[in-house]
Design a protein around this ligand. Structure first.
Ligand code: PLP
Length: 404
C-alpha cells in the first residue's frame, strides 16, 4: 500500500478537491472491525463507521470475499438488462419492510428523491395534478440534491440554492397540532425521519407519529419514511417507523444497507407501484451487481444473528451513556437515540469533545452543534462500548475542567 504523508494528502486536496468538507486532521489507510488505522499506523476506535455506513465493520472477510468474486464475475450491466441479484435483493427487502416494490439507486439522497418523485407521480396518475405539496419537519435532513434539499429544514443548507421546490411546509416536530394543521387535501406526502439524525438524534414523539397517521388517513396524503439513517437495523429493528407505529407508503433506505458499498433503495406499496410506468425514473448504476451483492451479504449477516447482537450491545451502550450523564450532569443534558444510533446532548458546543476524543483515539461526530453522535458498526462489542465510554468520560472530565 502506498503511504502518503498527511501533509502531502492535505496539500494535494487543498489544490484539487473542491473544498466542501471540513475534514478532521487525520488520514486513514486501513480498517479492521471497529478500528481504523492512520498513515502512521495509529489505531482509532471508530464509532462513526463512515456516518452509519460500515455496518459490518471494516475489512469484513465475508464481504471482501463476496465483492472480490463479484468483481471478477460482473460488476455493472446497466438497467437495460436483467441480472440475477436485483430481484433477489428486492424480495428480501420487501419481506423485511412490508413494502412490495424496490427501486435501487446509489445514495440516501437519491432514495429520498425517488420517494418524492413517486409520490408526485402517484397523484399525477390519479389526475390530481395540483396535489403537489410536501409536509416535512423542522430539524429534518433528507439530503443535498434539489428535491431532498427542498424538504430539508436547515436554512444554512438551503439558502444558497434558492429557489427550491416551493410547495413545502415544515411542521413542528414536537407538536401534533402542527401536523394536523398543515396536512390537507393538497398534500402529496408527509416526509419524516422517525429519529432525526443530522437534526440531533431527536426521536419524533409518539403523539406526532399518531398525528401523521391520522392526517394521512383523513386527507389521503402519502407517508414517506426517510430511514436512510435509522433503517437497515440501525435502531434495533429493520425499520424504525414500523416499530414506532408508522405505516409508510414509501420508504428510503441507504447507508448501512451496502455495508460501505454505495446503494440506496426507495421502497413503495403496490398501490404506488401501479402508478409508475417504464421511463418515469431511472439511473445508470442503480442496483448493479456489486452493490446488490454487498447488500445481500449484509442482510445475511443481519438476519443470521447480527440484529440480535446489536440489541444486546445497544442496551449496554445506553446504560453506559446514562451513567456518563449522571457523572457529568453539568455538561450532558440528554441521552438520545435507539439501537446503535446514539446522541449525547451537551450544554456546550460538541466540537471540543469531538476533537479531544480524536486525540485519545476515539472517532465520534457532532450534529446539531451540541450533540456528540455515536454510530458504531453493528459488529461492535460490549468491550468496544466500554472503551468508548471510558474515553468519553475522560474527555468530558477534561472539558468540564476547562469550563470551570
Ligand atoms: N436522509 C437521511 C435521514 C440522512 O441522514 C442522510 C444522510 O445523512 C440522507 C438522507 C442523505 O444520504 P446520502 O448522504 O447518502 O445522500
Amino acid at each position: 500500500m502506498t503511504t502518503h504523508s498527511a501533509v502531502g494528502v492535505e496539500a494535494l486536496e487543498s489544490q484539487h478537491v473542491l473544498q466542501t468538507y471540513r475534514r478532521q486532521p487525520v488520514v486513514f489507510e486501513r480498517g479492521e472491525g471497529v478500528r481504523l488505522f492512520d498513515d502512521r499506523g495509529r489505531g482509532y476506535l471508530d464509532f462513526v463507521s463512515g456516518i452509519g455506513v460500515a455496518s459490518l465493520g471494516h475489512g469484513h472477510a465475508g464481504l471482501a470475499k463476496a465483492l472480490a468474486e463479484q468483481a471478477n464475475a460482473l460488476i455493472q450491466t446497466s438497467n437495460l438488462y436483467f441480472h440475477p441479484l436485483q430481484g433477489e435483493l428486492a424480495a428480501r427487502l420487501s419481506s423485511l419492510t412490508g413494502l412490495e416494490r424496490a427501486f435501487f439507486c446509489n445514495s440516501g439522497t437519491e432514495a429520498v428523491e425517488a420517494c418524492l418523485k413517486f409520490a408526485r407521480r402517484y397523484w399525477h396518475t390519479q389526475g390530481a395534478t395540483t396535489r403537489v405539496k410536501f409536509v416535512a419537519f423542522q430539524h429534518s435532513f433528507h439530503g443535498r440534491t434539489m428535491g431532498s434539499l427542498s424538504v430539508t429544514w436547515d436554512e444554512h443548507y438551503r439558502t444558497p440554492f434558492q429557489p427550491l421546490i416551493q410547495d413545502v411546509a415544515f411542521a413542528d416536530a414536537a407538536n401534533p397540532a402542527s401536523v394536523t394543521a398543515l396536512v390537507d387535501d393538497t398534500t402529496a406526502a408527509i416526509i419524516v425521519e422517525p429519529i432525526q439524525g443530522e437534526g440531533g438524534v431527536r426521536a419524533i414523539p409518539p403523539a406526532v407519529i399518531a398525528a401523521i397517521g391520522s392526517a394521512a388517513e383523513r386527507t389521503g396524503a402519502l407517508v414517506i419514511a426517510d430511514e436512510v439513517q435509522t433503517g437497515s437495523g440501525r435502531t434495533g429493528e429493520f425499520t424504525c417507523s414500523r416499530a414506532r407505529g408508522l405505516t409508510p407508503d414509501l420508504l428510503a433506505l441507504g447507508k448501512a444497507l451496502g455495508a460501505g458499498v454505495p446503494i440506496g433503495a426507495a421502497m413503495c406499496t403496490r398501490k404506488i407501484a401501479h402508478a409508475i410506468a417504464p421511463g418515469d425514473h431511472g439511473t445508470t448504476y442503480g442496483g448493479n451487481l456489486l452493490a446488490c451483492r454487498a447488500a445481500l451479504v449484509f442482510l445475511d449477516a443481519l438476519e443470521g444473528g447480527l440484529l440480535a447482537h446489536l440489541g444486546t450491545v445497544s442496551a449496554h451502550l445506553f446504560a453506559g451513556l446514562r451513567a456518563l450523564q449522571s457523572r457529568h450532569p453539568d455538561l450532558v443534558t440528554e441521552v438520545r437515540g435507539a439501537g446503535l444510533m446514539a446522541g449525547l446532548n451537551l450544554r456546550v458546543d460538541a466540537q471540543p469533545v469531538i476533537a479531544a476524543s480524536l486525540e485519545r483515539g476515539l472517532l465520534v461526530n457532532r450534529t446539531a452543534s451540541t450533540v456528540v453522535r455515536l454510530l458504531p458498526a453493528y459488529v461492535a462489542t460490549k468491550t468496544d462500548v466500554d472503551e468508548a465510554i471510558g474515553i468519553l468520560d475522560a474527555v468530558l472530565k477534561a472539558v468540564t475542567g476547562e469550563n470551570r
